[in-house]
Unconditional design. Structure first.
Length: 274
């Protein structure tokens, strides 16, 4: 009977964990709060559930409660990087007396699928103040706006975040003038380093056959390069970050609301302890 009860508890926890993750990925933060609290009612020291709860609370503007969750995580696991990063982010918000904005929308994971000539990732330049960037998270849709010779990135509320690297921005401005349209979202953030994923959402008939982003295998398509057009592709990769690099950052951000592997390990540990 004891074994059956233990197995049932683990099964319920596994189902609730998946539900909590799905709710977070859909930005249904109030529901995510309820599910994570249900998990914690039975598993008081579940680090992953505490991190997910803290994330959901911060997204709904409940910053004090969010800090309590992340502090609880560090009391249980002092080296937990997710809790440390979120506390640093919340400290910036508090320091600058900025009210956190609940982010109700996220692009689906499929948004980040790469397409040759139609997608690119770039680091933000000329960035906004730290308190503004502290509220940015992976999957958040952003706006692209032309500002003379710069392509400006803004959040959903219209707040300035930074600009697209001119090597990409100048080419896109030309494409936008020609009738193309683009969508963008935060691909990852690490401190003050913000990566933006940009994809072509509409190609004007007059631009058919012209890639928005220069394929690395086609050396002749490089009108967006400002200088040294013969620079090696490896240099571009080092400057912008490789695809694997920004995907790693995205996975790190998603880990704040998912932490699937950690949850699985902790489930097995709980079962063994029972």
């Amino acid at each position: 009977m004891v074994a059956q009860r233990t197995e049932e508890r683990i099964r319920v926890k596994r189902e609730r964990t998946k539900q909590a993750i799905d709710l977070a990925m859909a930005s249904k933060w109030d529901e995510a709060i309820a599910v994570n609290r249900a998990i914690l009612a039975d598993f008081h020291q579940d680090v992953e559930a505490l991190n997910r709860l803290g994330k959901a609370l911060s997204e709904t503007g409940k910053l004090g409660e969010a800090r309590e969750c992340f502090n609880q995580v560090l009391a249980i696991a002092p080296g937990n990087g997710i809790a440390k990063k979120n506390l640093e982010r919340l400290a910036l918000v508090k320091q600058n007396k900025t009210v956190a904005k609940a982010q109700h929308a996220r692009v689906p994971p499929s948004f980040f699928i790469e397409e040759t000539g139609k997608t690119a990732v770039t680091m933000l330049m000329d960035k906004a103040a730290a308190n503004v960037l502290a509220q940015v998270s992976a999957g958040e849709p952003v706006q692209l706006e032309r500002d003379e010779y710069r392509l400006v990135v803004k959040n959903g509320e219209g707040d300035y975040l930074g600009t697209v690297d001119p090597k990409i921005g100048l080419r896109l401005i030309s494409m936008i003038k020609g009738g193309n349209k683009y969508a963008a979202a935060i691909a990852g953030s690490r401190g003050q380093e913000i990566k933006v994923f940009i994809k072509e959402s509409y190609q004007h008939p007059n631009l058919r056959g012209k890639p928005s982003f220069a394929p690395k295998s086609v050396e002749e398509i490089r009108p967006h390069m400002l200088e040294n057009e013969n620079r090696a592709d490896d240099d571009d990769a080092a400057e912008f970050g490789s695809a694997e690099s920004w995907k790693a950052d995205l996975r790190e951000e998603i880990e704040e609301v998912a932490a699937i592997s950690r949850s699985a390990r902790r489930m097995r540990s709980d079962e063994e302890q029972e």
